[in-house]
Design a protein around this ligand. Structure first.
Ligand code: 5AD
Ligand code: SF4
Length: 429
């Protein structure tokens, strides 16, 4: 399967590669670990990112698991980026030492590139109406068992103000894909939130025309979340009737070009997915130059066509997160609610495998249970203020701290490769 990706048969990644600005070395080089180590030391211009297109060749040198993960740190030292084959290999880390080593490496890279602070974003789920029919999601339009709700702009503003008073410095507005709210409506809500305090506003409201995104951006929206869900175009079409991966990627590119910090992400354990799909998912995050990415396990919902499929694997989700952290060292990776739903200690686990963001639910209690993407969401247990104080205590216990900044990603032009023990990112922003 992996050779399919390199052979370009799936086409997705190759097509998106055209948009990449990095220098590409031509030709296939049979690079051993030692070669790559040497390459990492050679004189590249500092700050230049290089896609070597050099692949570890199985026939040249057997790579033991732990070596592989050490390699990624060498790569970052030398401005060499992981390619999709490296990514696929890393995802295959075996249980035990290899997987532990992968997680430990991701944790070191997280500390080195984004530090120990954890950004806390308050999320308000303001409408559970959705025009889409994603096969896996409880909000899909054909789920007639679900009672639908919409919050009024005033209710959204009040919930945002409460969140800001509780200490949140980012408000995330999330909904199903609900055209009831015009771009102008969203823009007015964003302006209202911004008038309360200097906070960041993130939107997560699905696909819209570029002009609509532009209006929201002009109103002051800082970030936009739109997961690509799966980088396999065929699987995408099967799971999202009437939609296409191409349109999804176009939306993400529009958002990026409008100056949003852009978040994508994907689901681990979707029926029809395999390791090579997950490798493509991570490679796509990289090609889109995502500022943020949410990676969570699939959870079956009884009132969807995928009701009888098993939930995604927690360890594979953590491995995907750990590899994604290494592929995108500067990005913000939230602990997904889906992971916390499958594992009570999901937050701590994800924070130790590359995660650096928590997104507590601050939706008014009366609406919470109705935002049922999947059953028994961990967010139902969050107190009305999202439990921000309890989170601060939990972070302290694991040697992390609540961020004092809005938690923007570092702009590309200000990125350099930090030395191993530098941990000054809060100051840099
Ligand atoms: N399991 C896990 N994640 C899901 N999502 C939707 N349905 C499910 C499910 N059954 C995720 C998608 C979507 C986000 C709102 O929730 O990634 O982007
Ligand atoms: Fe709607 Fe998003 Fe659920 Fe798809 S995943 S049905 S777009 S809420």
């Amino acid at each position: 399967m992996v050779s399919n990706i390199r052979g370009g048969e799936t086409g997705n990644i190759q097509a998106f590669k055209q948009t990449e600005v990095s220098r590409v070395c031509q030709g296939r080089v049979h690079a051993t670990i030692a070669d790559r180590r040497e390459l990492a030391k050679t004189a590249l211009t500092p700050g230049e990112l290089i896609d070597t297109s050099i692949h570890l060749d199985e026939s040249t040198e057997p790579v033991t698991g732990q070596d592989m993960f050490a390699l990624t740190e060498i790569c970052h030292d030398g401005f060499i980026e992981l390619d999709v084959r490296d990514i696929a290999r890393m995802l295959q880390a075996r249980p035990g030492d290899e997987t532990e080593s992968l997680f430990a490496c991701a944790d070191r890279i997280r500390k080195r590139f984004v530090g120990d602070s954890v950004h806390i974003r308050g999320i308000i789920e303001f409408s559970n109406y959705c025009v889409r029919n994603c096969l896996y999601c409880g909000l899909r339009r054909d789920n007639h068992k679900l009672s639908r709700y919409r919050m009024t702009p005033d209710e959204i503003l009040t919930a945002s103000q409460n969140g800001i008073q509780s200490g949140y410095r980012t408000i995330v507005l999330q909904s199903g894909e609900d055209p009831y709210y015009s771009a102008q409506d969203i823009a007015l809500i964003v302006e209202g939130i911004k008038s309360f305090r200097d906070v960041a506003v993130t939107l997560s409201i699905g696909e819209r025309a570029r002009s609509e995104y532009a209006a929201m951006r002009s109103a002051g929206a800082d970030r936009f979340l739109l997961k690509h869900e799966t980088a396999d175009a065929k699987l995408y079409q099967q799971l999202h009737p009437g939609a296409s991966l191409k349109t999804r990627v176009e939306c993400l590119q529009n958002l990026k070009s409008l100056g949003f910090q852009v978040g994508s992400g994907f689901i681990v354990g979707l029926p029809g997915q395999d390791i090579s799909t997950i490798a493509e998912d991570i490679a796509l995050l990289k090609l889109l130059d995502c500022d943020m990415a949410g990676i969570g396990p699939f959870i079956p919902h009884p009132d969807t066509p995928l009701a009888s499929y098993p939930a995604g694997d927690v360890t594979m989700t953590l491995k995907a997160l750990a590899v994604a952290r290494q592929a995108l060292p500067y990005a913000n990776f939230p602990v997904t609610t889906a992971l916390s739903t499958l594992r009570q200690d999901g937050r701590q686990l994800a924070l130790s495998c590359g995660g650096n963001v928590i997104m507590p639910n601050i939706t008014p209690a009366k609406y919470r249970a109705l935002y049922e993407i999947y059953p028994d969401s961990a967010s139902l247990k969050d107190p009305e203020d999202g439990g921000i104080r309890e989170i601060a205590g939990m972070l302290k216990a694991i040697g992390r701290e609540v961020s004092t900044t809005k938690g923007d990603t570092l702009p590309k032009e200000r990125r350099s490769i930090p030395t191993v023990d530098s941990n000054n990112h809060e100051r840099m922003r």
